[in-house]
Design a protein around this ligand. Structure first.
Ligand code: EPU
Length: 428
């Protein structure tokens, strides 16, 4: 009989101690794609040990690169002429592999990447990626489930206004622009620390970029880039997850490896909820002595409150004293997992992109299932605040973004285990 992994957690323990956070998934994945821009060996270190990184390594291998993943280091040997096609079977498993579109178009003048389609957190369009590349002179078409882009005479610098500061579109356009002829200006660009990380690696490779971390990026194209070694920035979303877990369980946790200023608004919300936050150098401590107080939270592009921490915000609101209004502005499907939270006894009502949450003193352990990476982590943490045992299924989602999640929880004192259980089968 087939077996599947679950995480079982017994509620009631306050998390205490220290937890280390490695490199950001959403940076490392793109830094691996950045390597495609230069022939030769680039090394990206502080890469998290998660499934998504292994899939990205496979995407690059199928493009003709030699890739090894070893002890948090991704070594990528890029040939003079990388391949130009990314298949559906990999892209559907890793939506982020769409980030090879920009660099491959810049290097090869032609690229064919499978359309990733939607996922559990939303429909996720590509229109800004496509219209930006078209402005740089690419001809773009779609057929048989692929987006096909060609620029046989090279890309040319252009002025691009994004309708919305999309992380993925900013990255693809940036990676295309560094090898385009002339100057590209991207306005209303995303400002996430992961974008700054990409700009730093590109600059070390010889790219000319101004404005990293602001909403206007000015890129002067160069003829060639050189391979480099780069260290991935710490994962602010994993760090933020631990911060909320500390507050929700009324614990005391020091998070190492993440700059607190990347979580300014999130940590400030925890202070409003009653926590004490001590920021430090690439670390911070969160302590909560009493039951958290309700806080209203609105997700927005960086530096706003991160949508990836929305499940944790809902978790905090579910156990807080009073009513909170939580608003999601980035993904239309983020509230999918609310039904799972309701199974844990949370009092949440949604209307469009708003959720009204009436906090309860305790949740009630139940079997639930992870619907995406962040919802999965959020449910495990909610389970820490529930009476009895919570069993979270479909934990492969959590493996996509949180290395050593169960071991880290156990080190902080949680009663938690990972177990494999028989998968029910039904005969017809
Ligand atoms: N959008 C469009 N058209 C586009 C591009 C985006 O309509 O051309 C829409 C999307 O549908 C979405 C919104 O704009 O509703 C935001 O999309 P964005 O491009 O900013 O996000 P992304 O690049 O697809 C990355 C992270 C997400 C994170 C978001 C927002 C990676 C691999 N993913 O996604 O991370 O939530 O930025 O910060 O970097 C996660 O790690 O669990 C995760 C989902």
């Amino acid at each position: 009989m087939a077996r599947v992994d679950v995480i079982r957690v017994k509620g009631g323990t306050a998390l205490t101690g220290e937890v280390g956070v490695g490199g950001a998934k959403n940076s490392a994945l793109k830094l691996m794609a950045v390597a495609l821009l230069a022939q030769g060996r680039s090394v990206v270190d502080n890469v998290p040990r998660i499934t998504d990184i292994a899939i990205m390594a496979e995407v690059l291998r199928r493009l003709g690169c030699q890739v090894t993943l070893d002890g948090g280091e991704a070594t990528i040997d890029v040939p003079a002429e990388p391949g130009s096609e990314a298949d559906y079977d990999l892209v559907r498993r890793l939506r982020a592999s769409i980030c090879v579109l920009g660099p491959l178009l810049a290097r090869r003048g032609y690229v064919r990447v499978a359309l990733p389609g939607g996922d559990m957190i939303g429909s996720r369009g590509l229109d800004m990626h496509v219209s930006g590349l078209a402005r740089m002179g690419a001809e773009i078409s779609g057929e048989h489930g692929f987006v096909i882009a060609s620029a046989p005479h090279g890309l040319r610098g252009s002025k691009i206004w994004l309708d919305f500061p999309s992380v993925g579109a900013t990255e693809n356009l940036l990676m295309a622009a560094v090898l385009a002829k002339g100057t590209t200006e991207i306005d209303n660009a995303a400002r996430e620390p992961e974008i700054v990380d990409i700009c730093e690696m590109l600059t070390d490779m010889g790219a000319h970029i101004e404005g990293a971390g602001s909403s206007t990026l000015v890129i002067e194209g160069v003829d060639e880039l050189r391979p480099v070694r780069h260290t991935t920035v710490g994962d602010r979303i994993v760090g933020g997850t631990w911060a909320f877990a500390a507050a929700m369980t009324r614990g005391d946790v020091t998070v190492q490896g993440v700059r607190p200023e990347f979580l300014d608004i999130a940590l400030d919300k925890l202070v409003t909820a009653g926590a004490t936050v001590e920021p430090g150098d690439n670390q911070f401590r969160v302590r909560m002595d009493d039951r958290p107080k309700a806080v209203d939270i609105v997700t927005l592009p960086y530096p706003g409150f991160a949508t990836d921490l929305l499940p944790m915000a809902l978790g905090l609101a579910s156990v807080a004293e009073g009513s909170s209004l939580i608003t999601e502005n980035i993904f239309d499907g983020r509230f999918m997992f609310v039904n799972e939270m309701v199974r844990l006894g949370a009092d949440i009502r949604t209307d469009g992109h708003h959720a009204v949450v009436n906090g309860r003193a305790r949740l009630s352990g139940a079997p639930v299932r992870a619907t995406d990476i962040r919802a999965g982590a959020g449910l495990v943490i909610a389970g820490l605040c529930a009476d009895g045992v919570t069993e979270v299924g479909e934990v492969h989602h959590i493996d996509r973004g949180y290395p050593d999640f169960v071991a880290d929880l156990a080190n902080l004192g949680a009663e938690v285990e990972r177990a494999d259980v028989p998968e029910p089968t039904f005969d017809f």
